[in-house]
Design a protein around this ligand. Structure first.
Ligand SMILES: *Cc1c(COP(=O)(O)O)cnc(C)c1O
Length: 380
């Protein structure tokens, strides 16, 4: 006997037609047209020789982008938060002291995740919009003697960029691993994994790499790998277990989970664009576009939330909302009338700032002009 088909959810919907937004918020950024084109290439199997050689190319270009020789450099299947989780799940064992530097929301997320993997989480807190000095970091290491120090390089919630020169040396002195979140900064702001002696670094695809979200770069240095090899307990997350993942991404090519094939095509093209432009040129472009925005804001009577340009994140600027201006209304009108997305602040910065991202492909002079002109028309 055949059962009656429930037709209640069989809706008839039009063909997909998304609005042409200019994404100038904290992410995602618009994907480069070449990246979207690459993502549409025909599917192959995840063990197809053509995909296997793509995997090698992606790993090699990730090493360039991270500025590392680390063998273990792969894209994690999932968004930046999955790479964050992979970093923590693999390196933390129950009871390990993890010191998290908090300069905004994403530090809080690291602390929350580390706690779930059994870490004895200690916090080093800073007002949103500020960063830690080496002296403050040293004092934190001295007091807490952690197994891992976790920092966010580009804090998207506040627009601050944490200086990292000298932090790696400090961590070696205190015999702890250094973990850095570069989701909003990699390929937009100078970052040197090896020269800065960072042991664990992860990023995301949809910020300065301008690729769709869903695969996220991760690199682990020799000290982190040693820690993983000496684990007493199994990694509590099967999907993100590095040892299992390396059976697929390493030379064995053993099935673990099906890689998001087309997102890896997209990432390959995004990384090819990074290599074509060169990191020095790309970092300079992000800085110059940010400076153009800061100048344009000043000319329009608006100011940056962070007074010191030296610690402003080039890929994301927090703009002070003037008195009497409704931040949400302005962002809403930018979206509805100009197809421009920017974001408001949240947490302690709710209602106080807008967050303007000029990331990857979007870090261009014409986007600055477009945004400043639209904001002028709305605010005046
Ligand atoms: C966006 C972001 C994340 C999270 O990445 P998702 O791709 O949204 O999971 C983590 N850290 C920072 C600094 C970010 O900007």
């Amino acid at each position: 006997m055949t059962l009656p088909i429930n037709e209640a959810h069989r809706i008839n919907i039009p063909q997909l037609d998304m609005p042409p937004r200019t994404l100038l918020g904290p992410g995602p950024s618009n994907a480069h047209p070449r990246v979207l084109q690459a993502a549409g290439a025909p599917l192959v199997g995840h063990l197809d020789p053509a995909f296997v050689s793509l995997m090698d190319e992606v790993k090699e270009l990730l090493r360039y982008t991270f500025q590392t020789d680390n063998e273990l450099t792969i894209p994690i299947s999932g968004t930046g938060s999955a790479a964050m989780e992979a970093s923590l799940a693999n390196t933390i064992e129950t009871g390990d002291v993890v010191l998290v530097g908090i300069i905004g929301y994403f530090g809080e997320r690291i602390a929350e995740m580390a706690g779930r993997y059994g870490a004895d989480v200690r916090l080093l807190e800073q007002e949103w919009g500020k960063v830690f000095s080496l002296k403050e970091l040293r004092a934190g290491l001295e007091k807490h003697r952690p197994a891992i120090l976790a920092l966010v390089h580009g804090e998207t919630s506040s627009g601050a960029c944490q200086p990292l020169e000298g932090v790696g040396e400090l961590c070696r002195e205190y015999d702890c691993l250094l973990l850095v979140d570069t989701v909003a900064s990699l390929a937009g702001v100078p970052f040197y994994t090896d020269a800065w002696q960072v042991d664990i670094v992860y990023s995301g695809a949809q910020k300065c790499l301008s690729s769709p979200p869903g695969v996220s770069p991760l690199t682990l240095g020799p000290r982190a790998i040693e820690q993983i090899q000496n684990r007493k307990s199994k990694v509590a997350n099967w999907y993100l277990d590095i040892t299992l993942l390396m059976n697929y991404w390493g030379s064995n090519r053993v099935y673990h989970h099906t890689a998001p094939i087309n997102l890896n095509y997209a990432l390959r093209e995004a990384l090819r664009l990074v290599a074509e432009e060169g990191l020095a040129q790309r970092w300079a472009r992000h800085r110059q576009t940010a400076e153009l925005l800061w100048d344009g804001l000043a000319e329009s009577g608006l100011s940056c939330y962070i007074p010191d340009p030296a610690i402003r994140l080039h890929s994301l600027t927090t703009v002070q909302v003037p008195d009497g201006v409704d931040a949400k209304n302005v962002a809403g009108r930018l979206l509805n009338e100009y197809n421009i997305e920017i974001a408001g602040g949240f947490g302690p910065l709710a209602g106080k700032v807008w967050r303007v991202g000029l990331m990857g492909y979007n870090s261009r002079r014409e986007n600055v002009t477009l945004l400043i002109e639209a904001m002028r028309q709305i605010i005046n």
